[in-house]
Design a binder for this molecule. Structure first.
Ligand code: ZN
Length: 255
């Protein structure tokens, strides 16, 4: 939950910087830890979806007493995919720094996009392991930023013990930014609600079935059993009877 919440918060902020209305940003983390990695996709309308490959992971807290996201992720790579509806998506990849996700996104901006940035992410849990609050910040330097500005920012960020501590005080983005940008003339220029949203549909899964090819579909029909497909993002289940698969196969022959 902590890994997914951090990744979804980060992806939402990164996607908000996309320009096109149909652009998508995907974070893919492949790690050798027990979570086996995660995938998160967000658009710039505040929608996000994601999943961890193995969600049944419980680890003891790390040395700082925090949720051990880095231990769950392990060592591996972070891939950032920006799909801007061009022929090919823009893909950047770096080795994971800590697997704690915020540090990895900070490193991604430095290494892959040469933008000095600071990313902070946090998921505040309730005792019964539900999420109370989740959020974070992305702060980036404009080119030719003043030395004094940089010094002040670094001091502010050093003074933050954890994002969850700020979320615990008050959960508004304005409060979070006010803490990170203390001493600066902060102006809020736009506000957007965010939510989990999956865009899966039966049609989408039919197209997925088509990709299996004629032979595979025919053997599924011959089996005579219903096929259940589960969306990894939202756990919706789509059931296809042999008759349904025959219809899908019919579409294959037509096209
Ligand atoms: Zn779905």
């Amino acid at each position: 939950t902590a890994a997914l919440g951090r990744a979804m918060s980060g992806a939402l902020m990164m996607a908000d910087m996309l320009k096109g209305p149909r652009d998508l940003l995907t974070l893919q983390i492949d790690g050798d830890g027990p979570l086996q990695g995660l995938v998160v996709t967000a658009d710039n309308h505040g929608h996000v979806k994601g999943y961890v490959k193995n969600p049944s992971v419980i680890l003891p807290p790390n040395a700082q007493g925090h949720l051990n996201v880095g231990g769950g992720i392990g060592r591996g790579t972070l891939t950032v995919i920006r799909d801007m509806n061009l022929k090919d998506p823009y893909i950047g990849q770096i080795p994971l720094v800590t697997g704690e996700i915020a540090e990895d996104l900070t490193a991604y901006y430095a290494q892959s996009e040469q933008i000095p940035s600071s990313v902070g992410l946090g998921v505040l849990m309730n005792r019964e392991n539900t999420v109370r609050r989740a959020g974070g910040f992305v702060v980036q330097l404009m080119p030719f930023a003043d030395e004094d500005v940089i010094r002040q920012l670094e001091e502010n960020i050093r003074g933050i013990s954890s994002v969850t501590a700020i979320l615990e005080e008050e959960s508004t983005p304005e409060h979070l930014l006010g803490t990170v940008l203390k001493g600066f003339d902060l102006q809020v220029t736009s506000v957007e609600d965010v939510c989990f949203q999956c865009n899966c549909s039966r049609e989408r899964f039919e197209r997925g079935l088509l990709l299996l090819g004629k032979d595979e579909l025919e053997s599924m029909i011959a089996d005579g059993k219903d096929v259940e497909l589960t969306c990894q993002f939202c756990n919706s289940v789509y059931t296809f009877s042999p008759e349904d698969i025959r219809t899908v196969l019919g579409n294959l022959s037509v096209s």
